[in-house]
Design a protein around this ligand. Structure first.
Ligand SMILES: [Cu+2]
Length: 124
């Protein structure tokens, strides 16, 4: 293979990289930073399909309104993925009481790397 062909292949490889980009959250309900009425569930929409067995989320209460850290702790919730693997729905075991929350998600997409992120919101 001559140098020109090698360079061409390198360019093709670089151009193909975005296909293997890590999954990221492209939308959530509630939206990040939003203050909402107690939601029955939290949903995250991802940029690509996640593998169900290697993906999930944990929910934590991070504080009560105007009292950061007070009443903080884990919140029992169950995460499930849609059939197309792009929407994660997290359903709390009990209604969320007023305060601030953080949803920490983890997921494995097409490139098999584990990716994590979080979405915070407030329940009024
Ligand atoms: Cu990766």
């Amino acid at each position: 293979m001559n140098l020109r062909a090698t360079l061409l292949l390198a360019v093709i490889a670089l151009a193909a990289t975005p296909v293997l980009a890590h999954p990221k959250v492209v939308g959530s309900i509630p939206a990040a930073g939003a203050t909402v009425a107690s939601p029955k569930a939290i949903s995250l929409t991802f940029s690509e399909r996640l593998f169900e067995k290697m993906s999930g989320a944990t929910l934590a209460k991070t504080g009560m309104a105007a009292m950061p850290g007070h009443g903080a702790g884990p919140v029992r919730a169950e995460a499930a993925l849609s059939d197309d693997g792009k929407v994660m729905t997290v359903t709390p075991a009990a209604a969320l009481t007023p305060g601030s929350y953080r949803l920490d998600w983890f997921g494995v997409g097409g490139d098999t790397h584990r990716v994590t992120g979080s979405v915070s919101f407030t329940v009024r």
